[in-house]
Design a protein around this ligand. Sequence first.
Ligand SMILES: Cc1ncc(COP(=O)(O)O)c(C=O)c1O
Length: 372
Amino acid sequence: MDAPAQKASLASGAHGRVFNFSAGPATLPVPVLEQTQSDLINYQGSGMSVMEMSHRGPEFTRIIEEAEADLRKLMEIPDNYKVLFLQGGASQQFSAIPFNLTQPEDTVDQAVTGSWSKKAAEEAGKYCKVNIAAKGDNKSVPDRSTWKLTPGARYLHYCDNETIQGVEFSGAPEVGDTLLVADMSSNFCSKPVDVSKYALIYAGAQKNIGPAGVVVVIVREDLVGKARADTPVTLDYKIMEGSLYNTPPCWSIYVCGLVFKHLLAAGGLSGVKANNDAKAKLVYDAIEASDGFYSSPVEPSVRSNMNIPFTIPSDAALEKEFLQEASKKNMVQLKGHRSVGGMRASVYNSMPLEGAQALADFMKDFQSRHCR
Ligand SMILES: Cc1ncc(COP(=O)(O)O)c(C=O)c1O
């Protein structure tokens, strides 16, 4: 049997799919993939695929309008917020945000709780003054009472879920009158969020809501139209409003739209959160019940529901074995980020409960065979 056929015969899921714990691009719902497959050659009688049609034609106009309307419904986005589907990834927003919301002499506050918020702070520092209002140790979030906010700061930027370290905020930090800007790339649509607490939320799609290539920006409308004069045209929210100034990432937006419909049909974000809580609990319980065989580096109160890093502290060589055995059991992409090591299980929205259960069962079984 060749390798792909062997993999298919081992797989438990439909279509010979594995349990894919990748941190992103990440697993997508099978019904969504099936829909893309049936639409691929001839999208709903148009005689074209979504990749081949004009972004200003009637079919794509409907796709992007429905995607926005469904996201608004899903997240209960108030009417005074704009929704933009842009290119350049979440990383490009690290620069777009200061271009749109600051002048060079302004100060912004940044909470640094892991690799992504650190990168965002470094990038913002090229365009305005940056105050590190809080600096975590990659395992915890500093107590809010210790944060040093700058009076008159244009905004506070933080990362709601640090994908690499697995540190997640339990809610929006309280920052008084300061505008709150959040990178929600890796926990977007994973739980209900009170959008009205935020000036701006942004998220790369490729973890919870679709393929790579599109970043969603939800921005309060009174903040749009104030970009600096030298803002590159495709970073200016006013110009990009409607997401059609230039050719948008049509295919990625189309798939995101299908995911939004899928999440709405599944009962919306409260149900999504309950499912995510249950999945994360299975894996964290396996770590906690292991008597130290597995270890989570993250303080329990801020452990991420999406990205679960863990190690085998007694013997790092066992981690390689763990990954190899897991892969043979069709649980793949569990290797920790290169800067952290160990393992990382990403259990985004589209990871089924059975995937988290299979991993927890395997963790117990592996421990029973290797615990000395
Ligand atoms: C929390 C977070 N922010 C930003 C990024 C960067 O996203 P992109 O690769 O879309 O630029 C990532 C990517 O993994 C991320 O996890």
